[in-house]
Design a protein around this ligand. Sequence first.
Ligand SMILES: O=c1ccn([C@@H]2O[C@H](COP(=O)(O)OP(=O)(O)O[C@H]3O[C@H](CO)[C@@H](O)[C@H](O)[C@H]3O)[C@@H](O)[C@H]2O)c(=O)[nH]1
Ligand SMILES: [Mn+2]
Length: 475
Amino acid sequence: DLPPVDMFVTSADPVLEPSILTVNTVISLLAVDYPADKLACYVSDDGCSPITYYSLVEASKFAKIWVPFCKKYNIQTRAPFRYFSSELILTGSCNSLEFQQEYNKMKDGYEELASKIKDAVEKSMEWDLIGDFAVFSNMERKNHPTIIKVIRDQNDAGLSEALPHLIYVSREKRPEHPHRYKAGAMNVLTRVSGLITNAPFMLNVDCDMFVNNPQIFLHAMCLLLGSNDERESGFVQCPQCFYDGLKDDPFGNQFVVEHKYMGNGVAGIQGPFYEGTGCFHRRKVIYGSCPDDIGNQAKRLTPVHGGLSYKEQLRIFGDSKEFIRSAAHALQGKENISPKNLPTLVEAAHQVAGCGYEYGTSWGIEVGWQYGSATEDILTGLMIQARGWRSVLWFLVCSTAGRALKFVVRGIMLHQKPRNILGESCQNRRITSSFPLCSSTARECYNTRYTFIVSAVDKAKVESSSDSINAAGKT
Ligand SMILES: O=c1ccn([C@@H]2O[C@H](COP(=O)(O)OP(=O)(O)O[C@H]3O[C@H](CO)[C@@H](O)[C@H](O)[C@H]3O)[C@@H](O)[C@H]2O)c(=O)[nH]1
Ligand SMILES: [Mn+2]
């Protein structure tokens, strides 16, 4: 019996991150090979944009035909814009008249979706905010109350059109309150989903990424559940990779050094870094728990351990009785996915998405995604590893037959600059050594790994210079 998974898509700007990309990300997640009644997709919109909301409503309609099509014909690329960008190859079950008719229907459906979104974007100045969209009228992006909208409630769906829950969340923003960028958005999604579906596992995907392997959730569950000791897999990180790159990747956009040298090496020192997008987390780990067998040591590493008083729970997790109850459930590793009374839960979710909710609590400091750095992922990952968890890199993982499996999440190379691993690591090191919230154990953990990276990068440099010498010799 597969466990529930809550999926988080973060978006912040409908112009820099066009809605058509965000809906492709969401559609690829709704269509994964996993029981739909075990999945819920939460989309965070820091742009507070009616266009993003509208695009998701329309995408959810398209998903009703797209998801069954993908599953029936075992389509591998489930982000429609990528699927339709390559030529149709008619083989196997796809070589029938029936398939071709359905394919054409899907193509028309996707084109209609794309043109509706395009029209909405172009007409955005005279957007008529009535009915379902009325909540967006007079909203300022940086000054507005929380908006939560259930686009699709799994409980309403007939079996034949089983699709995951789809929930839109634009957290409260006020100019006088820091919003903490992605880390703040992730903490809100964690609490909102905790109240509504409370799945024991959570996946985050940036809004410009898509799942390119529909089996990834099954793979992740093998890694998360497959060992007798769950401390072996505190989280499972899939590396990013980019399509349509330049030949031979001259700017290093495919992160070959990071993954081949650093990734595989650091995997031997407690596992890979947490890199943000494409990572499966355990909810209870994000809530601050240590591995079970760590015993009394846990009290030194985290405020979250068995036997917390109610008062302590309120101090750590904030003043929502409903959330405290759901967090206790999650910390005991219990499952939950079928929300009983969605409207009441959504009501409670408004409180935990408020911008004043975290004051005086441990969010961003000892639990949840860590604040204080632009790279919240590194700090959050170190905190988890400092508490004794290992992590798993899901990259070229060898099956028992020794075959290499494929990457998982691909991104669009829109705003990515060429990166320098060592430079980035130095930046991370500076952040961890000066960052007051980073525990000394996390710092030690980082230093060991940093030393490794420096030597790995040196090795990669030597190899690549000898490669170019070889290449030069041949030409
Ligand atoms: O106020 C904000 C700012 C950003 N985001 C979202 O956060 C994600 C990442 O932000 P982006 O500006 O795209 O940063 P990148 O450098 O591309 O992201 C990489 O680096 C981040 C920080 O290290 C990781 O969290 C990401 O997963 C990883 O892809 C995107 O989905 C954004 O929409 C928000 O939700 N709210
Ligand atoms: Mn990005």
